[in-house]
Write a new protein. Structure first.
Length: 387
């Protein structure tokens, strides 16, 4: 390891797990694009490497890097965020166990828990995670073994008190899991506030360039880490070497990217508030946001995600979403480019008709790092189509 926990975030992002190649001195560790490794004898593994599903030096380096940035002892890199979540739940829970999660959770997470893992005997209750009393009641009413938090949440941008929720979970003997995808480890480290597990879709801000899919789980508990590692090896949803290498490369610039994402998003959120066609702006960086003070206490800055509703209803939201030129209409988020999303028919289509359904007049912005003047100009011409 080439870092110290006492070093700053950007220093760790660049150096953790990135020891120069011992053979050539290459500053960037090589990409180990291989599925298997030569053995020095039967059962005599060279530095513990045997087969790509189990271990790979490129993936190992990324895992060291992610753990260092989240302040965890163990990190696991998966083929996608949902693969990471599935492995975690299968490792930590058993049939008959219960999950409490937010009533505006990411649609893919809810689909996994409610439609896939329910067949395995896992039950769930969706509540407003910002309402501590509701969370406590849901935990107490069931055999709750896991409390699942997104903060900020996707797409309603709700803020949950991590420390207070951790206390509620731990009093009931449950794990607190925090999906830190929207904030990224640069803006927020949930383990510091008492979370037991952090999960990420590394496809988003950690990778940062919309060119590598992946997911991650970070924990401190050695016994839980052993269980997750076994499930990962046994099931095999590991990140491929190229995906891991690209994610490592992206992660090195996370800090400076998040600074720009946050400053651009703050300017856009303030501008959107002034538009007559806008009903409401959901961004924790605005003083009017109900979770603003809590977000300021838990986060270094407020991130690059904004949701906005329009007075003209679904028709207006769809028209704006289809009228931009710099913002690209697409799934996903967290890349250097700005993306526009209509969650009701896109990322959250799977929760239509449930209590997690997204307002049909809402669009979600993933604000990129382009010049702010160009982003504002693009939104201005798109909203002008409503007039």
């Amino acid at each position: 390891m080439t870092h110290s926990d006492a070093q700053g975030f950007n220093t760790r992002a660049i150096h953790a797990g990135q020891t120069p190649d011992p053979t050539t001195g290459a500053v960037i560790p090589p990409l180990y694009q291989t599925t298997t490794f030569a053995q020095d004898g039967i059962g005599q593994l060279r530095n513990g490497y045997e087969y790509g599903r189990g271990t790979n030096p490129t993936r190992d380096a990324l895992q060291v890097q992610i753990a260092a940035l989240e302040g965890g002892r163990h990190a696991f890199s998966f083929s996608s965020g949902l693969a990471a979540e599935d492995a975690l739940i299968r490792a930590a829970l058993r049939p008959g166990d219960h999950i409490v999660l937010g009533n505006d959770a990411y649609g893919g997470t809810y689909r996994l828990i409610d439609r896939v893992l329910s067949e395995w005997g896992i039950t769930n209750t969706a509540v407003d995670m910002a309402d501590g009393a509701a969370v406590q009641a849901a935990i107490a009413a069931n055999n709750t073994k896991m409390v699942w938090v997104e903060t900020p949440s996707n797409p309603m941008m709700k803020i949950t008190d991590i420390a207070a929720t951790a206390q509620l979970a731990h009093e009931a003997g449950a794990l607190l899991v925090v999906d830190n995808t929207f904030a990224s480890p640069y803006l927020q480290q949930p383990l510091v506030f008492g979370a037991d597990v952090v999960v990420h879709s590394t496809t988003k801000y950690i990778g940062g360039h919309s060119d590598a899919s992946g997911g991650a789980v970070v924990v401190n508990d050695d016994a839980l880490a052993e269980k997750i590692g076994f499930v990962q090896f046994a099931v095999g949803a590991v990140s491929a070497p190229m995906e891991a290498w690209l994610t490592t490369r992206g992660l090195k610039t996370l800090g400076i990217r998040m600074d720009r994402h946050s400053s651009n998003a703050t300017a856009i959120a303030r501008w959107l508030q002034e538009q007559d066609e806008v009903e409401r702006v959901f961004y924790p960086g605005l003083p009017e946001h109900p979770g603003h003070d809590l977000a300021a206490a838990q986060m270094k800055d407020f991130g690059g995600m904004i949701s906005v509703t329009f007075t003209g209803g679904a028709e207006a939201a769809k028209k704006v979403a289809e009228s931009t030129h710099v913002f690209t209409l697409a799934e996903s988020l967290g890349g250097i480019e700005s993306l526009m999303n209509y969650p009701s028919d896109m990322t959250h289509a799977s929760v239509k008709g449930t209590e997690l359904a997204v307002p049909e007049n809402l669009i979600r912005l993933s604000v990129g790092i382009e010049d702010i003047e160009d982003l504002l100009g693009d939104l201005e011409q798109a909203i002008a189509t409503l007039r």
